[in-house]
Ligand binder design. Sequence first.
Ligand SMILES: [Ca+2]
Ligand SMILES: [Ca+2]
Ligand SMILES: [Ca+2]
Length: 431
Amino acid sequence: MVGAPNVMASGAHPIASLTVPSAQRKELMKNARLLVFVALPLLFIAPGLPGSRLSADYDQTTEAIAGEQSAAVVSTIAFTSTRDNHGQPWAVPPIVGGEIYFIDYMTDGSFSVPRRVTSNTYTDIFPALSPDGRGKIVFDSNRFSAPSEPVNTSDLFVMNHDGTEPLFLTRGGSPTWSPGGADGQPARMIAFHASAPGVGLPINRFPGSATVDSDIFVVNVDDVLEHGAVPQNLTIDRAATVDDDPNWSPDGRRIIFTSYVPDPSTNVTSAEIYIMNADGTGEPQQLTGLGNPIVGGVAIMGGEFGDAEKIEKRGPAWSPDGTRILFACRPLALLPIPVERWVPTTPFEICVMDAVANSPITQLTLNNIDELTPTWSPDGRQIVFHRAPSNQLWVMRADGTNLVPLAEAASSGFNLLATSWGVVKVDNRAR
Ligand SMILES: [Ca+2]
Ligand SMILES: [Ca+2]
Ligand SMILES: [Ca+2]
């Protein structure tokens, strides 16, 4: 994922001394259960302890929901914030120490006070709420990264909605859940991107960066936890491209992802969106970059740039009804030889298209600010995303109108990467 430009800097891990030593880490990774019971409690303080501020906020939120909502589910945005670690001497670059937070969307159209889910000095980002309402969160964390690895090297973990029981899954990033079963069965599969041989390091310094040898993997979470199942590489034939940011279709049958030839020096690529069967059958098909026209919306990009122009697409997300795909988009120009490099002509905007090859792209925003990581509301009527470089959350209607800051989430720290807007069943919250 392109994540949040300008929030990461290269260099040594500033909290490297806090990580588990490499040899010990390898030993621990052999047994996820051992990690849970022995290592993790030593690494950080669990949130939600009685009497803590978090606990008070949590109870307050729960009461508010009980008073204002009779619905059996709560609409919740999961995002990353540095509000509580902002300004700490070790929290440099600024996204280091990012924590996962929830903010609830109330039935009266307001948002709750954000509540903290993780509490540690590591970088916890890209939360994905399980679509079955159980509130399970898969996320990226660098808590097990080696001191010698770049600070944005991540592993995948799963935890409860209140941050308890974080369990190591596998090396990788930018996870997405399969839907739960139609008969009420819980969601069990995740897709994510990872280095094909497992040893590649991030291609650039941005949060969620893929590796140069990145492919799309799927695995059953329970199988990993119970007997160390090995993830299946669905794009093993795509060694020449970086394949990243998978998103699982609401019907469970397909996965979309971005694919591109990397340019580590600029982080600018002509990334396109591809679609493939989630069961690994058949070949991935290209959805964009085949001449999709840019149409309508609140603005039109690209029209004045001519045939050489391409639109970089990042972070695709299925609409809840499975008919549309949302993504960050920016027009590129290919500088002539001898430079021969893609450069953006304007910052990222938010775009949407039908989930059909070569369908028209509708641009929803137009301004001189990077807007990234767009995510649908559960009813498909709203979109949340963040703006760089201030890195605060905004919401708008799905047609691009009524664009407003998500003021309730704002803070002096960064509030970004709202990668999941889902629902959590109230019974699952009342632990
Ligand atoms: Ca953290
Ligand atoms: Ca690849
Ligand atoms: Ca923009």
